[in-house]
Design a protein around this ligand. Structure first.
Ligand SMILES: Cc1cc2nc3c(=O)[nH]c(=O)nc-3n(C[C@H](O)[C@H](O)[C@H](O)COP(=O)(O)OP(=O)(O)OC[C@H]3O[C@@H](n4cnc5c(N)ncnc54)[C@H](O)[C@@H]3O)c2cc1C
Length: 430
């Protein structure tokens, strides 16, 4: 088969489907190709979508999208083997439109977004793996999938964190382990009323935990725990290079985390509905490759767009934003009838001017900070030791807080210099 489209989008994740939707709305002939049996089948995500950018594409999307709960309570937990310290932030402003974040299940959410693209006029084919871009004289002219050769003015590579398409087009190298994390996740089914009672939720309110310390066993990364309507998304994100260095298996670490005395009661009685593992780009702003060439744009995870500053894992909203900017760029290119890198470079400019690359620059220091070993062992333990002293009441005279702090610092063996340096790094990079 040899057919010509205006645009072929590879990958029906949030990035690809957003681009396909906007392009189809503009009247472009769009083919959206997904290797999974349906969009979202192969996608895994902790699942808090920061949805403000989606409003630009689908106003009041929460009225029709399969969202689970709106998140109005965020909890940052420092965890040791037997203690937890929570910073618990609940905000009523997050409970009203346009909301701040939503828990979503990707099997449902991605399928819905791809369906929106179809309704707008894009053709969706599933169960087809794109093997390579079709390259002629250094320009991308379409895709190769099995026996088929499909032509297009522009190909959008939205094929996720490992993006073989962007690699084959010469836009990026094979990802290095130092720039990648692995996410392991379980979806645990639990009765809706139990979830609401256990987490103090009313209606569609939801809670999102980000956890640091014990869960990743000294490996840079963290744990997430999100409430859905009648399930919990729980998992770990761990830097790959450090997993081998520390000889920690993410699957084992997840099992131990789920058995933690703080976590086990929260999931008691639940049934594991899904288990999966997926790559997460963690290269930060330095991991963003070249984003365009003649006839091709790279979006979402394929373009290394993501940030993790300990408070929030973001990737879906960056993916949607990049899909929108890619579509806008192609609409301009179509008007000019020029699909060369010179015109497509507008995409990079749009990303540069947007929250996506600006946030990634703001959090440029978060990556190195997250690799500071003391965050995972010494600091959670120090915090637990201080609070242990504060709350433990014995028939002995108590020390004042300054003495308790000094003693905890001394026991932790963290020097004043390192404490000061880490504090400064944290304030500067978060
Ligand atoms: C454990 C975990 C937790 C996360 N938590 C959050 C979170 O809470 N909030 C957040 O915003 N982000 C989170 N992320 C990140 C988020 O999931 C990604 O940033 C987001 O999915 C990127 O979207 P995308 O469309 O670029 O890529 P993807 O969602 O990966 O979609 C790529 C699509 O391309 C398809 N594909 C790949 N290769 C081919 C091919 N050759 N041919 C055809 N189709 C192909 C895939 O099947 C897939 O459907 C998390 C990620 C993980 C792994």
């Amino acid at each position: 088969m040899s057919e010509k489209f205006d645009v072929i989008v590879v990958g029906a994740g949030p990035a690809g489907s957003s681009a396909a939707y906007k392009l189809a709305q503009s009247g472009a002939e769009v083919l959206l190709v997904e290797r999974g049996p349906y969009p979202g089948a192969k996608n895994l995500s902790g699942g808090v979508l920061f949805g403000r950018v989606l409003v630009d594409l689908i106003p009041e999307f929460w009225n029709e999208a399969p969202i689970e709960r709106y998140i109005n309570r965020n909890i940052l937990t420092l965890m040791t083997e037997d203690a937890t310290l929570n910073i618990d932030f609940r905000n009523e402003a997050f409970s009203t439109p346009p909301y701040n974040g939503f828990s979503v299940l990707r099997g449902k959410f991605d399928a819905w977004l791809a369906e929106k693209a179809e309704e707008a006029g894009a053709a969706l084919i599933t169960g087809i793996k794109v093997d390579a871009p079709l390259i002629e004289n250094g320009a991308i002219k379409g895709i190769l999938a099995g026996e088929d050769e499909l032509l297009a003015d522009v190909v959008i590579a939205g094929d996720g964190a490992l993006s073989t398409l962007a690699q084959q087009a010469g836009l990026r190298d094979q990802p290095q382990p130092s720039a990648m994390a692995v996410g392991v996740k379980e979806l645990i089914g639990l009765n809706r009323s139990i979830i609401e009672e256990r987490f103090g939720l009313t209606g569609n309110e939801g809670t999102a935990y980000g956890m640091i310390g014990y869960p990743t066993r000294g490996v840079p990364g963290g744990a997430f725990f999100y409430t859905n309507l009648d399930s919990i998304s729980v998992g770990l994100v761990m830097h790959i290079d450090h997993c081998s260095e520390h000889k920690v298996s993410p699957a084992d670490a997840l099992e131990e985390f789920l058995a933690h005395p703080f976590i086990a009661p929260l999931i008691r009685g639940g049934q594991v509905l899904e288990y999966g593992a997926h790559m997460v780009p963690e290269g930060g702003i330095n991991g963003v490759p070249k984003l365009y060439t003649d006839g091709m744009l790279v979006v979402g995870d394929a373009a290394g767009l993501g940030s993790n500053n300990g408070f929030a894992v973001r990737g879906m909203d960056y993916a949607i934003a990049s899909g929108i900017y890619a579509a806008d760029t192609i609409i301009t290119a179509k008007e000019k009838g020029d699909f060369t890198a010179a015109t497509l470079s507008q995409y990079e400019q749009m990303l540069e001017n947007s929250f996506v690359l600006q946030d990634m620059k703001t959090y440029a220091g978060a990556g190195p900070l997250m690799k500071t070993q003391r965050i995972y062992n010494e600091y959670p333990q120090m915090a637990a030791d201080v609070l242990d002293q504060v709350y433990t009441q014995q028939s002995l005279p108590k020390e004042n807080l300054l003495k308790i702090l000094m003693q905890a610092r001394k026991d932790s063996k963290v020097s004043f210099l390192n404490l000061g340096k880490d504090g400064w790094k944290a304030v500067k990079s978060l």
